[in-house]
Design a protein around this ligand. Sequence first.
Ligand code: ATP
Length: 623
Amino acid sequence: MAQRVPVSDGSSKKTSRVRVAVRLRPYMAKAEDKDEGPCVRGLDSQNLEIINWRNATETVKYHFDVFHGEKTTQQEVFLSSVKPILPHILVGQNASVFAYGPTGAGKTHTMLGSSEQPGVIPRAVREVFKLVQSKREQDEWDFSIGMSYLEIYNEKVLDLLSPNSQDLPIREDKDKNILIPGLTYTTVTSFADFDKHFVPATLNRTTASTKLNHRSSRSHAILLIKVVRTQRAQPQRQQTGKLYLVDLAGSEDNRRTGNQGIRLKESGAINLSLFTLSKVVDSLNSGTSGRVPYRDSKLTRLLQDSLGGSAHSVMITNIAPEYTYYFDTFSALNFAAKSKLIVNKPFTRETVSTGNVQAKRTRDDQEACSAGPEPQKKKQKEGRKAESSHSSTHSHSPEEPSVMDRLIALEKLIMNCKDKDRLDILKDVAQSRKEIQELKQKQREFESKAVFSRLNGEGSGISPQSSFKNNIVPLQRKPLVDSKTIKQKAVVQPLQVSQLQPLQQLAVVKKQSVCVKKERKPSDMPEPLDGKENILEKGWESHLDVSVLELSRKKILNILNSGSLKELKSLQQIGDKKGKLILGWREIHGDFTKVEDLGKVEGMTEKRFASFMKANILSAMGK
Ligand SMILES: Nc1ncnc2c1ncn2[C@@H]1O[C@H](COP(=O)(O)OP(=O)(O)OP(=O)(O)O)[C@@H](O)[C@H]1O
């Protein structure tokens, strides 16, 4: 059985950060789409900016390890983001590359590519064979390369090399290695041999046509390349390095994909596992003693040692420039920004054989074999000590100075955030944390059955920059004349164009209201409306001035997004329970894009929403 030994590749670093690259695919607006121009663009090889949805005259800027613009070739992506980590797997360490991002943003293109433009997978496998070949000639080691290939579809682990197999179990041995008993493992002797297995297996992957991508991957595909090197001479040390190449299914908003039926169910599973992935990232970043929810989805369970674990990881976040993708892009960027803070601790998996009998290496053996100079050995020892004092599946330790620095930096970013309301919200949320957790869980269950609209990108610590210190033309949305499109445009329109009435004033007007009867039950839940009342709801807006209506909607949206529990409760028909559900929803998903999003909160039916809007708008206007 393999066990962990410290890195002895001469590197003085005992930790390795997840490298985060962002790749922007070319603009591909369809003929029927309005040409609004891109909502996101690169600034240089590490920075990009996206229009701020709160204020379209501003952009939000992001900094990543690498930014690949629309013109970046497959070769360039491979050379800068993937090739550097490959040598690690020849010395018994793990490496992983995974493509993340909204559906249709270019993950499969990046990972798989086409015969004309091969992606990361074929290039990486070719490179591994090349590296092994050159080592074979110089080294005292024998190498063997093998592969497994699986997909996670609807939370089932399916063997792509053996398509008739059933859902496979995931196990963990006592050394925290993740194992999948029954998964096909094939030794491959050359790239051509690999291709022979890989190409037909890829066709077994579950794909389907959605509105956004006619060949959308409906599963997470994980290719494992294992390199085992065995010392020719005694004591025949053996090291196993694993390379995971992961093409994640796209995060998707079912309102846009038009998914229904089985597609909706798949989508629920996809979004649930990506949601868990984002929770794992949050949990690792928070550095708290809380449980990292690896086990909450098969995907995170399998990626356990690629995130916050033992691997040298690269995450390529694929994004799309069109406005249709705006919120998905925003979420993906925030997720990527969080992932930058994860620190991995590489180690080598090694066994040693005495004669023909393989035996575990002892700690003394490991130290004796360590190639590094004395101080480094000490560092390694300390590193190991730190590792053993924590769960090895969660090597991210808040005590480590580098992690502490990052956490402090993160906290400073949040504390320096000028948005006072946001801090107030955080305080409120902290007060009723426990209750909200329960409600969040409820909301999650509700959502997983229906629709997960997007991953939440909260807490990245990135603040909007007032626009354009650079000399390039400001990123702006092209104006449209179509009134229908103008409505959609609201996602990036400034929300605070006018001075909003303070919440208290709204409350006063509400009390003076004579037209709207406040019939709040003790439970604060509105009575279900009968059909008659519903008819009355319809058309009442038509009597109101459009601008007044719009202003009221903005005020309500503002309260929904930044109001404390008390402020939320000052709205008509929002009681304690609903207020907390709204806070919980906000915690999970971030801000409401439009007031209609309130319908996604548990218990807010269409009728209740209509009644809520009528009551609040009329009340705010003092009618
Ligand atoms: N960098 C790029 N250059 C050229 N075309 C691209 C690029 N990235 C993506 N595309 C094209 O965009 C379309 C969607 O890309 P792809 O299928 O890779 O998306 P995806 O993120 O894997 O989607 P899903 O999650 O639905 O599987 C494809 O036609 C692909 O060829």
